[in-house]
Design a protein. Structure first.
Length: 301
């Protein structure tokens, strides 16, 4: 029940975005909000998350395993998506969307609710890995809907969150710790970023029409998110020696629904953001449905 309430609290801000767009229509410019979130507020979130505590090399096994499972899934998605989807933008969405999970806004608070605060070092580092996946693989594939390979690679370098993450890691490794005043400023920006992303998701939801639902793409993305990736994760985690709690945390972070960052990137690079919004909504709805059995799933390890 606590898990369900944690998810519903997050969905409240999505409802705020939906209601705002319903009330004010074209007075709310979703493109402006996207640019504000991606180019400014996410920098605060990146620095705040990566400077919260020292990066301990002993904790790196779980995020390394998360990256390995993500890369393995991606390598399998590339030929399959190319085979099944001929439209360039649909192929891009089919390749990468399910791999970019909501490890920050949803994954971190859910892990705290289910495993306690001892989960924070693991979820913080897993979220860091996800930031790099979003800023590299995510940017490349969402840009491929409209840009060639060269410009898609350049788009990776243009996104400031990647450089912010590199700078934050460097500061962490040399021992910099923000003062209480600096930490509070970063925290304000971080929570503003998370809230803005959820509101932006709600704004895009308002414009969705069920006639825009692409059945094959939706089945593919949700099948990848809730069947294919969990099966790979379960197979890998069953063969490695690791604390059962850490296995449960890792499995949870791979299972969380698609991140709103998918919508941000799709909007930024004109890769049918409404189609991506539908996929985020569908994975979120399905995840809400399986939330009551999450404790049982996570205790399989």
């Amino acid at each position: 029940m606590q898990t369900l309430f944690s998810i519903l609290g997050i969905y409240l801000f999505i409802a705020v975005g939906f209601g705002a767009k319903w009330a004010f229509k074209e007075k709310i410019d979703d493109r402006t909000i996207t640019l504000l979130s991606v180019y400014f507020l996410q920098l605060f979130l990146t620095f705040w998350g990566l400077l919260k505590r020292p990066i301990d090399t002993a904790l790196l096994f779980a995020p390394s395993l998360y990256l390995a499972i993500t890369v393995a899934s991606l390598l399998l998605m590339i030929p399959l998506a190319k085979l099944l989807f001929h439209d360039t933008k649909e192929r891009s969405i089919a390749t990468v969307a399910a791999l970019i999970g909501n490890t920050g806004n949803l994954g971190i608070p859910l892990a705290i609710a289910m495993f306690g605060e001892e989960s924070i070092p693991y979820t913080t580092l897993i979220n860091l890995v996800n930031v790099f996946v979003v800023s590299t693989v995510g940017v490349f594939y969402y840009s491929r809907g409209e840009f060639d390979v060269r410009n898609s690679l350049l788009n990776i370098l243009k996104l400031p969150v990647l450089w912010a993450a590199i700078a934050a890691i460097a500061l962490n490794l040399i021992g910099y710790r923000p003062s209480p005043a600096v930490d509070k400023t970063l925290m304000m920006g971080a929570y503003a970023s998370m809230t803005m992303q959820l509101i932006l998701f709600g704004i895009y939801l308002y414009g969705i029409k069920m006639g825009e639902l692409k059945i094959r793409l939706t089945l593919w993305v949700n099948g990848t998110k809730f069947i294919f990736i969990p099966l790979i994760a379960f197979g890998v985690l069953s063969t490695v020696e690791m604390d059962p709690m850490v296995k449960g945390i890792l499995f949870l972070e791979l299972l969380v629904p698609m991140a709103v960052a998918n919508v941000n990137l799709a909007s930024l690079y004109h890769c049918t953001p409404r189609t991506v919004t539908i996929q985020v909504f569908m994975t979120s709805a399905i995840f809400l449905g399986i939330a009551p059995i999450l404790p049982t799933l996570l205790h399989l390890f």
